[in-house]
Design a binder for this molecule. Sequence first.
Ligand SMILES: NC(=O)c1ccc[n+]([C@@H]2O[C@H](COP(=O)([O-])OP(=O)(O)OC[C@H]3O[C@@H](n4cnc5c(N)ncnc54)[C@H](OP(=O)(O)O)[C@@H]3O)[C@@H](O)[C@H]2O)c1
Length: 241
Amino acid sequence: MTTEPTRRPLALVTGGTRGIGRAICEVLAPTHDLLVGGRDEASVAEAVAALSAKGCTAHPFVAELSDDDSTAAAVERAAGVLGGRLDVLVHSAGIARSGTVEELTREDWRVQLEVNVVAVADLTRRLLPALREARGQVVVINSGSGFLSRAGGGSYSASKFAVRALTDALREEERGQVRVCSIHPGRVDTDMQVDLQRSKGRAYDPDEHLRADSVAATVRLAVDASPEAMVEELSIRPVHP
Ligand SMILES: NC(=O)c1ccc[n+]([C@@H]2O[C@H](COP(=O)([O-])OP(=O)(O)OC[C@H]3O[C@@H](n4cnc5c(N)ncnc54)[C@H](OP(=O)(O)O)[C@@H]3O)[C@@H](O)[C@H]2O)c1
């Protein structure tokens, strides 16, 4: 009698080239095979090589997630790696365009909502059969801005409120089949935060921020929950006010 070789669980992490997504890849690498998401082929190849050098089985998942065709093609290319099953889908890709209602154009709003919300819904939809097959888990990196909207942050918060609505609905739609977790970090020391602070003319102090690997640890917590348990929502904020 031949038995199928047991494979390690597989995780797809969007935004896996930099920042929080890269730290999530690192924290999952000891236990999971990885599909590393990013839109730039060279950056994705660099991340895949670095993870592979540490003994992890990593594959590229190159997609411009705001583009339907690019996303569809990436999912198709990944079919062989997926083999019809996906254990963990982490949505970490995201953008932050700050500006007041007076300042931001229709295009600014469209791009922000497209990347932070529409792309999350679309990629999840495409991978749901594989997630169901594996009794898998979706983790969305939301933000403190998914609960609170401040002056100059309306568009970013609108995208994060919306993606919280998406995860709340998905959790109930898939209850018993796919677990859904929403993670809400405060400010994190990544390129996104450096750009945001600089655009506001503020001095940047990394020590006033969460480390990306601290956020990745919350993803690990959700992924490690025992099968009957679902970590539904987590907030993590810097100690510094
Ligand atoms: N940093 C913070 O303070 C903070 C706080 C709370 C929540 N968050 C959330 O955490 C997530 C990760 O943020 P981060 O700080 O790690 O950001 P980051 O350092 O700017 O990295 C963003 C990642 O998303 C990818 N990405 C952006 N737009 C994309 C698109 N259209 N298609 C495919 N990939 C795309 C980038 O790929 P490229 O390398 O190709 O650009 C990069 O890998 C975001 O959802 C963000 O809203 C961040």
